[in-house]
Design a protein around this ligand. Structure first.
Ligand code: UD1
Length: 417
């Protein structure tokens, strides 16, 4: 397994190009199943999760061609309607294939995603929604077997605004008979992206970005071209990197309107952040200030940036309370940050960080995608050398991270095991 070795202390100065959003790209690849026509995607990020979705689709007999940041996906016919355990276990978002398959093939067999490093993370809301649309669902031999001769529009009131759940149901409803209303829908920019994409394919979805989505089913969808939005979590991670290393970065392609809660919080923590020529400029001149934060569904502070903010708070001088309300068990980075000297106490859903103004390099282990990012950030700002193992988590969601960081002055090396 590869390792990352970081010698901390370098100020990051320069420009970072933000790649296409992983969490938008994944559902768009799946949505390509909704038509027999070719779909062309641009700004596709080079990530392990994208390779996984590519394998998943190819395994179904779907044509997928990738060249640099462009992809062509054509689901002219399907050889199988199965998403096997081997692929689903490496990427929970594989569950996003269920909605498109049900709509297109009237049947799907998807391995149950099972345990996950960040809590139990059930998929009950996806399944309840498909049942409301008329699907029959059976759980057998570790697989979800869903069947629907036809899907019929209805009103689905989500108890929680699940992101992939909203996307999955929206994709299925796009080809259902009649109108589906999703209440308490997720409002994340990636959900809006999926809706816009389906509309470009000839779908009829309104209310995107609000809590109520109205999806009028259409008989068929057609091919289209689409440029994937920039990754707001990648951008937020580099913003924090600029703050923690007392650097000055221009994040090319990042969109401030997707990052309001993060920008507000980082400004409160002392950073200067403003829009500039095709990107976002971020720097810090004074000290890092302790701030409290609470993760919430969009437009609140994103859970996917919680670990990175916590790493930053270790470098402030004061108390910071970070509450996680989206996932139950998303503090795995705490024990690793403590190995680097952090003073953090977890009490229920909150972590109380006593900022000491510094951390010291140590051997640490990546446990999940965003936790890994927080360890890279901590290593960049710490005194001495940090060695991060199990960095395959990082490759799931950060494109060429060490290259991008090295280009702005970081001392970071990937060591092949
Ligand atoms: C998506 C993102 C992930 C992000 C998360 C929250 C993708 C591929 N992943 O994950 O990066 O951290 O949104 O912004 O887009 N829940 C249920 N039952 C369900 C579904 C969800 O109880 O059927 C709960 C979850 O356990 C969690 C909460 O709802 O507590 C929100 O999860 P959800 O929005 O579904 O996250 P994902 O879509 O899996």
């Amino acid at each position: 397994m590869d390792k990352m070795i970081i010698r901390g202390g370098a100020r990051l100065i320069g420009e970072v190009q933000i790649g296409g959003a992983k969490n938008a790209a994944l559902p768009l690849f799946m949505a390509a199943l909704l038509t027999r026509d070719p779909i062309r995607l641009r700004n596709v990020p080079a990530l392990r999760d994208i390779n996984t979705v590519e394998k998943l689709l190819r395994n179904m007999g779907i044509r997928v061609e990738r060249k640099g940041a462009e992809a062509l996906v054509q689901a002219e016919s399907l050889d199988t309607i199965e998403a096997p355990y081997d692929l689903v276990r490496t990427m929970r978002a594989s569950i996003l294939v269920l909605g498109p398959l049900l709509a297109r093939a009237h049947e799907a067999k998807v391995s149950l995603p099972g345990g996950c490093a960040i809590g139990t993370r059930p998929i009950n809301l996806h399944l309840d929604g498909f049942q409301a649309l008329g699907a029959e669902i059976e759980l057998e031999h570790g697989y979800i077997h869903a069947r629907a001769e036809k899907l019929v529009g209805t009103t689905i009131d989500l108890p929680l605004p699940t992101v992939t759940g909203t996307e999955n149901l929206m994709m299925a409803a796009a080809l259902a008979e009649g109108t589906t209303v999703i209440e308490n829908a997720a409002r994340e920019p990636e959900v809006v992206e999926v809706g816009n994409f389906i509309n470009r394919m000839g779908g009829r979805i309104s209310g995107l970005g609000t809590k109520t989505l109205v999806i009028e089913g259409v008989g068929a969808l057609h091919g289209t071209e689409y440029t994937i939005m920039p990754d707001r979590v990648e951008a937020a991670t580099y913003m924090v990197a600029a703050g923690m290393t007392r650097g000055n970065l221009l994040l090319r392609g990042a969109r401030a309107e997707h990052l309001t809660a993060v920008i507000d919080k980082l400004r409160e923590a002392g950073m200067e952040i403003h829009q500039e020529n095709g990107g976002i400029r971020c720097l810090i001149t004074g000290p890092i200030k302790s701030v409290d934060a609470k993760t919430l569904p969009y437009p609140g502070f994103p859970t996917d940036v919680q670990a990175q903010l916590m790493a930053m708070m270790c470098f402030a001088n004061g108390l910071s309370v970070i509450s996680e309300t989206v996932f139950e068990n998303r503090f795995m980075h705490v024990s690793e940050l403590k190995r680097m000297g952090a003073d953090i106490q977890v009490e229920g859903h909150s972590a109380i960080v006593r900022g000491l103004g510094e951390l010291s390099g140590a051997p640490v282990m990546a446990t999940d995608l965003r936790a890994s990012a927080s360890l890279v950030l901590a290593g960049l700002a710490a005194n001495g050398t940090t060695e991060i193992s199990r960095i395959y988590h990082l490759d799931r969601g950060y494109e060429r991270m060490e290259e991008k960081l090295r280009a702005v002055g970081a001392d970071i090396q990937r060591v092949k095991a």
